[in-house]
Design a protein around this ligand. Structure first.
Ligand code: C2O
Ligand code: CU
Length: 463
C-alpha cells in the first residue's frame, strides 16, 4: 500500500497546504446524501431512447446556508443519471447553454470516434449536438462529462458530470441488490471561499479540502439493515481516495470500471483515483440499529478530508439479495500484436506530459491498425522529491485488462475490465486492449483532469 506523503503530488506550480476557508466550519454527516435523479427519455422509438440535456450555469445548495454557482447539465451540480440498457441505443441531444464551447464524453463508452466528445468536435455556445451511443458493450457504471479543449478541467470541477448506468440483462439475472438498494455515489472534492463559491486554481491538490459526495459535503445516508450495492465514482480532478469502513469490516467488491468482476473480491479497502469506479456490496444487517458506519479515506492528508461519508443503520429489512461466488467470466485474453511504452511525467519545464510531448490536437501520437490487440507499458517517472506525483491513464474507446503492476499480477479488484488505471510514482503497469469496431481519433490521458488539460493527453488513431 502507498500512503502518506509518498503519493502527495505537487511539483512545480502546485499549491502547498493553505489555511482552510469555509469548509472547516461544516461539521461532517449533517447533510443527507442525495441520489441524482434519473433522466426520463424525451421520447422512445423502436430500439432508441432519446434524451435531452442542456449544459448551463445554475446554483446549488452545497454548503449550509450558501448558494454555490455551478455549471451543470440541466444547471444542476451533478447531472441527472442516464439509465441505458444493453443493445438498446441512446441518443442524447446536448445543448450548449454556456458561454464557452463544450464537448461531452461518455467515459468508458465504446462509441464511434465522432460520437466520443472529442474536443475537435466541440459544440459552440447556443448550438447543440446529438450523440449516439450503441450500448453494445457489457453493463457497467459509466459517466458523462465535459471534454472541451483545455477548459474541461474547470468545467468538470464546476459540475459538468453525471452518471450513465448501462444495465445488462445478464447482470439483472444475478441476485445482487437492486432498485433502491443500488446507489451511485460520486465522490469529489473542491475548494470553497467564504461565500460558497468554488475556487479553481490549477493543480490545487491541497486546497480542495472539502469532500463532496453526490453534491453534499461529507453527507450521511440512512440505510436499512440489509445489503446494498454502491457504485462509487471518483469524479475529482485531483482527489486520491482509499476507502475503508470505520468498523474494520470489508467491502465485497463486485465491479470495476467496465462492469462486474469475474468473481467477488473481499477487501478491507480499495483505492479510487480520478475517473475510476468501484462497485461494492456492503451488508449492514450485522449492525444494531443506530450504528454509524463511516467511510474513511486512508489517503487523507488533513484531518478534514479523512472522512468521506457515513451510513446510519436503521431497522432490519427483508433481504433476498446475495453475492454469488461467480459474477461474470471475462472474455479470453488473446495474444498481443505489439507492445508500446508510455511514460507519464514532467517535461523540461515541469509540465505534465506523456512521452515527453504536450497534447497537440493536430498530432496523432499512436496509430493502431483496426482490430489489433496491444500491450501498453505505462511508467510514472514523476518521482522527484520532495513530492512524487501519482498519475493514471484513461484510454478512450476500449475496456482493457491490467496484466501486471510492477511485474506482479493485479489484485482481485483490478482483475476485471478497466478504462482507467492508476500508476503511482515509480510504478510500471501493463495493460492489454483490443482496438476493434471503430476507426478514427480517440484520446488517452491522465484523468487527473488538471494534468490532462495542462498537456498530459495524447491521441490514438485506429486505421
Ligand atoms: Cu473521463 Cu477523456 O475522460
Ligand atoms: Cu496526472
Amino acid at each position: 500500500a502507498v500512503g502518506g506523503s509518498a503519493l502527495l503530488p505537487t511539483g512545480s506550480g502546485a499549491a502547498v497546504p493553505g489555511p482552510r476557508e469555509v469548509s472547516a466550519a461544516v461539521p461532517p454527516f449533517q447533510a443527507e446524501m442525495p441520489v441524482p435523479p434519473v433522466l426520463r427519455p424525451a421520447r422512445s422509438t423502436h430500439g432508441t431512447d432519446h434524451y435531452e440535456l442542456v449544459a448551463k450555469p445554475g446554483t446549488a445548495a452545497v454548503l449550509p446556508g450558501l448558494s454555490t454557482p455551478v455549471l451543470g447539465y440541466q444547471g444542476s451540480f451533478i447531472g441527472p443519471t442516464i439509465k441505458a440498457t444493453r443493445r438498446r441505443r441512446v441518443a442524447v441531444t446536448y445543448r450548449n447553454g454556456l458561454t464557452e464551447e463544450t464537448a461531452v464524453h461518455l467515459h468508458g463508452g465504446h462509441v464511434a470516434a465522432d460520437q466520443d466528445g472529442h474536443p475537435m468536435d466541440a459544440v459552440q455556445p447556443g448550438e447543440k449536438r446529438i450523440y449516439l451511443y450503441p450500448n453494445e458493450q457489457r453493463g457497467a457504471t459509466l459517466w458523462y462529462h465535459d471534454h472541451a479543449h483545455h477548459i474541461d478541467a474547470e468545467h468538470v470541477y464546476r459540475g459538468l458530470a453525471g452518471f450513465y448506468l448501462l444495465e445488462d440483462p445478464v447482470e439483472r439475472m444475478l441476485p445482487l441488490p437492486k432498485g433502491k438498494y443500488d446507489i451511485p455515489v460520486m465522490i469529489r472534492n473542491a475548494r470553497f471561499d467564504t461565500d460558497g463559491k468554488m475556487i479553481f486554481e490549477w493543480r490545487d491538490f491541497f486546497g480542495r479540502d472539502t469532500i463532496i459526495v453526490n453534491g453534499k459535503p461529507q453527507p450521511h445516508l440512512r440505510v436499512e439493515a440489509r445489503k446494498y450495492r454502491f457504485r462509487f465514482l471518483n469524479a475529482a480532478n485531483l482527489g486520491v481516495f482509499k476507502l475503508s469502513l470505520s468498523t474494520g469490516d470489508s467491502f465485497v467488491q463486485i465491479g470495476s470500471d467496465g462492469g462486474l468482476l469475474p468473481r467477488p473480491y473481499v477487501t478491507p479497502a480499495f483505492q479510487l483515483l480520478p475517473g475510476e469506479r468501484v462497485e461494492a456490496v456492503i451488508d449492514f444487517s450485522k449492525y444494531p440499529r443506530g450504528t454509524r458506519v463511516i467511510v474513511k479515506n486512508e489517503y487523507a492528508f488533513t484531518p478534514e478530508t479523512a472522512d468521506i461519508m457515513a451510513f446510519d443503520v436503521g431497522d432490519p429489512a427483508p433481504d433476498r439479495s446475495a453475492v454469488p461466488d461467480v459474477l461474470r467470466p471475462l472474455p479470453a485474453l488473446g495474444p498481443a500484436d505489439r507492445t508500446r511504452q508510455f511514460v507519464l511525467g514532467p517535461d523540461a519545464e515541469g509540465m505534465p506530459v506523456i512521452n515527453g510531448k504536450s497534447f497537440d490536437m493536430d498530432r496523432v501520437d499512436t496509430t493502431i491498425p483496426l482490430g489489433s490487440t496491444e500491450i501498453w507499458e505505462i511508467t510514472n517517472n514523476d518521482v522527484a522529491q520532495p513530492i512524487p506525483i501519482p498519475h493514471n491513464m484513461h484510454v478512450h474507446l476500449v475496456q482493457f485488462r491490467v496484466l501486471s503492476r510492477n511485474g506482479a499480477p493485479p489484485d482481485g479488484g483490478e482483475a476485471g475490465l478497466k478504462d482507467t488505471v492508476t500508476v503511482f510514482p515509480g510504478e510500471t503497469v501493463r495493460i492489454q486492449a483490443t482496438f476493434a469496431d471503430y476507426r478514427g481519433r480517440y484520446l488517452y490521458h491522465c484523468h487527473f483532469l488538471d494534468h490532462a488539460a495542462e498537456g498530459m493527453m495524447a491521441q490514438l488513431e485506429v486505421v
